[in-house]
Design a protein around this ligand. Sequence first.
Ligand code: ADP
Ligand code: ZN
Length: 741
Amino acid sequence: MTETGQYVDISIPLPLEGPFTYRVPEKLAPFVQTGRRVLVPFRNKIRAGFIVGNTNSIPPNQEIKDVIDIPDEAPYLSPKLWSFISWAADYYMLPAGQVLKTALPPGSDRKSRPWAIITLEGERSLPTAEKLKCPAKFLKVGVLLRSELESAIGGGQLEDAIQKGWIRIEERIARPRTSLRRKRLPELLYPAAHKSESNSPLPTLTGDQRTAVERIRGAVEQGGFHPFLLFGVTGSGKTEVYLRIIHEILSRGKRALVLVPEIALTPQLARRFLRRIGGGVGIFHSGLTPSQRLDEWRRVSAGKVNVVIAARSGVFLPMDDLGLIVVDEEHDPSYKQEDSCPYNARDMALARAKLEGACVILGSATPSFETFLNAERGKITRIDLPIRHHGGGLPEVQLVDLKETVPKKKAFLTETLLDAIQRTLAGKEQVVLFLNRRGFDTYAQCRSCGYVFKCPNCDISLTHHKRARDLRCHLCGLSRAAPPLCPQCSGDKLFFGGVGTQKVEEELRELFPEARIERLDRDSTRKRNELENILDRFRKKEIDILTGTQMIVKGHDFPGIALVGVLCGDLSLHFPDFRAAERTFQMLTQVAGRTGRESDSGRVILQTFDPDHDAIRFAASHDFTGFFEHDSEMRRELFYPPFGHLILIRVEGNSEKRVESRAIKIGRAARILKKGFGDISILGPAPSPRKKAVGRFRWQVLFKSPSRANVRGLVKSLKSDGHLKGQGLKVIIDVDPIDMM
Ligand code: ADP
Ligand code: ZN
């Protein structure tokens, strides 16, 4: 056969580089279009792929296979989206197929089972229906599943019929099933969000809000890529600014994408957008079922949605005419995906907006150092909302030194705090208590021999959950009954130590029997709707004290909180991570910001063993800039981000020995290759701080350099020299890592 005809490049959603070249048979030629789904033979299998380009130059000496099918459906990817995906793959040094898989909705790579095509000849010659007790329609010219025909006429006869040419077997792509749901997803998830308050007048903007809106509107009018940092204290009305700009965008016939961290945890925020924007809003996050995600993705793709509220994966949505991307709480670590396709949606949002010529608003009261430095350097325009929308100040923070107080009860409930709770309750106001650790006791130990119960998969201590009477691993989810005896010495004196939110809740119930107390953490919200239920009741003031983990910190807007108590503010301070102080500062500032949102009557009690620590001091005075200046010093000297660039390589596997020796090999190769690049430090190889997780051993090597090009160059050469291939282990390249544990 001659090598004529059309050739296309196909990307396959598998962890493979690609794209791969295929020939298009004549009959399928009219369907060729970039972004379309195709069915191709690939490594002895039939797979779904996507057309990402046309090609005229076919690689020599290579067998080119034919595309099997191009179903008649809308393209999945626009050329722009594909170039964004390729760009992300290059930036994160991931196979393009892997990023494609992450970008596409679940089920888009599914193919159907083989089909039997009955030919005219087959229709005449196959045995009749009555004899074989199979539906007559089977034996007409047409298409049915091979398995159906096989069970009707038997495998032997089928083979025979195929041989004679009466039947052809073909692979086809699974056609998307159209949804039977009549209600749109947002209405289903947030019933009544559209109805209430849609007619109530918009709030009058404060002077600062107006200035912010004007400046961003100016950029929207001008068109093109404009990144903004909306640096507004908690309760300053950032969301109101987003909403005004979104309206502006919509009135210009463009679309807006709003990324929020963990949208499933902040139903109120989603409702607020739905209420204000009305129809044409989409919701997209990983808490949806796969079919809901696929449906929503299609709605976006078909242009039926003008605004999407999404979690990090939304950055890959197929939106045309994108005029604005909002990244709310841009500092939030949940924008970073940590699995085998690590990427940071905040950074990707900037890249995508650049590609689409759109505006970006990064909003936060506690910006990431990366964003703040970019603003200092003029790469991002910073707009400040320095006061709360009601004009009042930020709440006063009272520090309590845990070293110097004798807690009345075990669960960090000091005299000062109990006194404040008492008074708040007496004034019929609400209390929030924050502790960044769930469970009852955080470790279980034998008093006789000192044995500590640890997770066999992860090597961290197990947390005692009193109500379920079990010990759980908070990393891998393992749970086992709390044993009566020590497995090491058979002693019967087990000691449960440490404080988790469950213990706090129990103590509170004893101390304040009259108060209505609830807990908000991952354990108390396991059941569907439980999260919304608790938040609703809290809003309606049916709960007096709400205690919980960082779940209560996340962007909730409750007007009535008069007291916020941080039970122990330094739990996250001493992690072996250069961002530990930044994280602690962010968390404390955000939790403190939950009070005094409607008037300036709020009060915060911040308890800590380390009241002199900078993260604590600056958080207590709500001083982000001061904290940034201070914490920058060390980073600037050591070239940690944002003053330098990091790439982490992590090796994971079941055999400790193999993981170790592989990491050492990578380190050795890197030290040799390093000579070709200026100024790179190689930290490790060493076991990861979390040296075992979910049954796998982990080692890592960290590359650090003031020059992004250098550190990338080195890792790229490691990769191209084959040092980072899996070979039975998992080797993860994490560009701009966040989780270094
Ligand atoms: P942030 O996101 O900065 O923490 P929000 O946008 O959530 O703040 O605003 C906090 C509360 O203040 C919300 O209930 C919002 O409706 C209200 N709000 C915002 N701007 C104004 C304004 N200009 N006038 C009155 N209320 C406002
Ligand atoms: Zn575990």
